[in-house]
Design a protein around this ligand. Structure first.
Ligand SMILES: Nc1ncnc2c1ncn2[C@@H]1O[C@H](COP(=O)(O)OP(=O)(O)OP(=O)(O)O)[C@@H](O)[C@H]1O
Ligand SMILES: [Mg+2]
Length: 279
């Protein structure tokens, strides 16, 4: 299962929500957070990884292998970008990104992509557009917030990218979003304590008396129920099907049963005993 966080507007809270939701979900299923903000990341600072050199930027520049790039914070796996001005020397390489996305989706139950707001070719949203198909738009509680959310929705529609819905963040009761946006997933309150994650490097979702935490946990659990379980089940079924196919094609050819008698007589079939639910 993969979820991307996106808005054409900067600073709406995509990184705050994506990192904390990923961290929360990582306690339940194998989860990786993928920071896609190659040039303007803030995510490393939230986890105390600002000195990390094994970044997505370094991987794209060919300086490190893919496996070196994955960091660990508690139960959460992380791919982080370069938080220094060196980031501007990155060569974005779409083939490497596709390789990365394929691997992540095989190895983890949940992959959370945190996308930067820009609409240039360097944005992984556009590189892997047919893959990043479950987008949550993050909006702020303001009139420009509404305008930009509607523009974001139009852009994603144009790109044929699926939208799960909108999360309104930093709510202060300014705008009635219910009346304007489709699929309103959650309204997360403005909470001064959120900022403290940069200082303490403790995910806000672990800070007990935060009102932001309460709403974000509710949203994360709802999404896990509605999308992730279904996604994991589908993924497992696909893997079983692939294994079976591999076994059939790869090693032992199927026995040819075409000449054998089929041991079934319609007269023996008792409709009363046939219960499709048991299949
Ligand atoms: N609910 C909230 N209450 C108070 N402050 C918040 C809340 N959500 C986010 N913030 C603060 O708002 C700022 C922007 O948040 P964040 O970096 O998550 O946004 P972003 O959408 O990822 O930004 P960018 O577009 O630059 O990637 C940060 O300082 C963050 O701590
Ligand atoms: Mg961000």
């Amino acid at each position: 299962m993969k979820i991307g966080f996106y808005s054409i507007q900067g600073g709406t809270g995509k990184t705050t929500i994506a990192t904390n939701m990923a961290y929360h979900l990582s306690k339940i299923v194998r989860t990786i957070y993928v920071d896609c903000d190659l040039y303007g990341t803030t995510a490393p600072m939230l986890f105390g990884f600002e000195n990390n050199v094994n970044t997505l930027n370094a991987y794209l520049n060919g300086d490190i292998p893919l496996e070196d790039m994955i960091q660990q914070y508690d139960t959460l796996s992380l791919i982080l970008c370069d938080a220094t001005p060196e980031a501007f020397n990155t060569n974005s390489n779409p083939e490497k990104v596709v390789e990365l996305i394929n691997l992540m989706e095989k190895e983890f139950d949940v992959v959370i992509y945190d996308l930067p707001p820009n609409i240039t070719e360097g944005n992984l949203l556009f590189v892997g557009s047919e893959r990043l198909n479950n987008i949550i738009m993050v909006s702020n509680d303001s009139i420009p917030g509404i305008a930009n959310t509607l523009k974001t929705a139009d852009l994603l529609d144009e790109l044929d990218i699926g939208i799960i819905g909108t999360v309104v963040n930093m709510d202060m009761g300014n705008v009635q979003f219910e009346e304007v946006v489709d699929k309103l997933l959650a309204i997360l309150p403005y909470d001064k304590k959120v900022e403290k994650q940069y200082i303490d490097n403790v995910p806000i979702i672990d800070i007990k008396n935060s009102k932001f935490r309460k709403e974000l946990i509710k949203l994360s659990d709802e999404l896990a129920g509605a999308y992730i379980e279904e996604g994991i089940a589908t993924e497992r079924a696909l893997n079983i099907a692939k294994d079976l196919r591999g076994a059939i094609i790869g090693e032992e050819p199927l026995e040819d049963k075409s000449d054998e008698d089929i041991d079934f007589d319609m007269d023996d079939f008792d409709i009363e005993e046939f219960n499709p639910k048991r299949l």
